[in-house]
Design a binder for this molecule. Structure first.
Ligand code: MEV
Length: 420
């Protein structure tokens, strides 16, 4: 099968080509047609169809004094249930408080083969105002909005290499395009005076966009249905949180749980999940050891469980796919059309909710009980239960000793037998 020129075909011909070459059959082509999106066809090369991710709602989380409903896009059955559960506990105090100290994105312009790195650094220091003007001239609308290139930081890398980092306020955007344009303009300017510049590109390690979120929850809000007192849950959550500072094996899993919520909101809001992910994990290892991003401690008087998280988060509410994907606009509307700072505060709040729900479950009943109930639904669909059969099979699975594919198949067969 030859692929050359495939990208030049229009959508109909691309699908037809797959059918003719027996990659897919006519029924599958129909499925693709049903999930065709004209916007999608403009967004990516070799577009086939839109791959759906379930979208659910975190109904109520209090962030900076406002109650927000938050759409989340995820395929993992327990994520949105956990977010709602965590948020209910966060809301028992006065909600989450989250803010940035600064919100800047970094572009790196890398100079190589320098004979004298000191002289290069001196040149950059002397011409900082000019280089900032070059950056701003490359994207003037950002400066007009009160943003734009604000500062230049020099990063010596080795004896022949120096990065010139431009720090940019991207206003309501995430800033990737703006900062890449600016970095390339600065690179060109430095080349024009004889320096060898390897490249200019943004950094996704958003250390100048660290959001900090805090919450204080009355311990009574943490008591479990199985009878564990709130004060005990709080102590055990704090201990679990401390484990994330001791072992990276636990920290990675806890941060994965945080990313369950973070990615779901970042994706739903039309932002770049990979950029956020890469930055988060780098920051988690900032001290030299990979650690949990969130921390939970019990207040001295034992009355409150205090939670905090600090993480790099560069999100936008304009630019990229945000203005062109109708579902993203819908999701922004459900959140009350937040500005970039508010969206980031929401994400930080969801991170705390997600982490708390996981830790509370882990230190009390364990997560399998809740997970398996949710997994039962996926299992029912996997073994071919119809929409009408799913609730019956889930109920049967919940009563059964084992929740696995074999038991689901056997129980489904029983349900069908009884119906006959
Ligand atoms: C599962 O998706 C997430 C958890 O493993 C997170 C954690 O262990 O903290 C429950």
């Amino acid at each position: 099968m030859k692929w050359s020129g495939y990208y030049k075909l229009d959508w109909q011909d691309r699908i037809q080509y797959l059918v003719e070459n027996h990659v897919i059959d006519a029924t599958q082509a129909k499925l693709m047609a049903e999930n065709y999106s004209a916007v999608g066809d403009q967004q990516v090369e070799n577009y086939l169809y839109n791959f759906g991710v379930p979208m659910g709602l975190l109904t109520d989380i209090e962030i900076n004094g406002e109650h927000k409903s938050v759409p989340m896009a995820t395929e993992e059955p327990s994520v949105i249930a956990a977010a709602n559960n965590g948020a209910r506990m966060l809301n028992q105090g006065d909600g989450v408080h989250a803010a940035f100290k600064q919100r800047l994105i970094r572009g790196q312009v890398i100079a190589i083969n320098l004979d004298d790195t000191g002289a290069f650094q001196h040149y950059v220091q002397k011409h900082t105002a000019q280089l900032l003007a070059v950056a701003n001239h490359a994207h003037p609308s950002m400066e007009a909005r009160g943003g734009g290139a604000k500062d230049i930081v020099i990063e010596p890398l080795d004896e022949k290499t120096v990065a010139v980092d431009v720090l940019v306020d991207p206003c309501e955007a995430m800033g990737a395009n703006v900062v890449n344009t600016m970095a390339e303009a600065v690179a060109q300017d430095l080349r024009s005076v004889g320096f060898e510049i390897l490249m200019g590109i943004l950094s996704n390690y958003a250390t100048e966009a660290l959001i900090e979120a805090n919450v204080a929850i009355p311990v009574a809000a943490l008591k479990t249905k199985q009878g564990m007192a709130g004060a005990d849950v709080a102590q055990r959550v704090a201990q679990a949180s401390y484990m994330e500072q001791l072992t990276p094996y636990r920290a990675v899993t806890a941060n994965k749980g945080i990313m369950n919520g973070v990615e779901a909101v970042v994706l739903a809001s039309g932002n770049d999940t990979r950029a956020v992910n890469a930055g988060m994990h780098a920051y988690a290892a900032e001290s030299g050891q990979y650690k949990g991003l969130a921390q939970w401690t019990v207040s001295d008087d034992g009355q409150f469980l205090n939670g905090s998280i600090k993480m790099p988060l560069m999100l936008g509410v304009v630019g990229g796919s945000i203005g062109i994907v109708p579902a993203v606009q819908l999701n922004q509307q459900i959140m009350g059309n937040p500005d970039a700072q508010t969206l980031s505060a929401i994400v930080a709040g969801v991170a705390l909710a997600q982490n708390l729900a996981a830790l509370r479950a882990l230190v009390s009943s364990g997560i399998q009980a809740g997970h398996m109930a949710l997994q039962a639904k996926s299992l029912a669909l996997q073994v071919g239960a119809t929409v009408a059969e799913v609730p019956l099979l889930v109920a049967a699975l919940e009563k059964s000793e084992q929740i696995n594919q074999a038991s689901a198949q056997a129980l489904l067969a029983n349900i069908r037998k009884e119906k006959r």
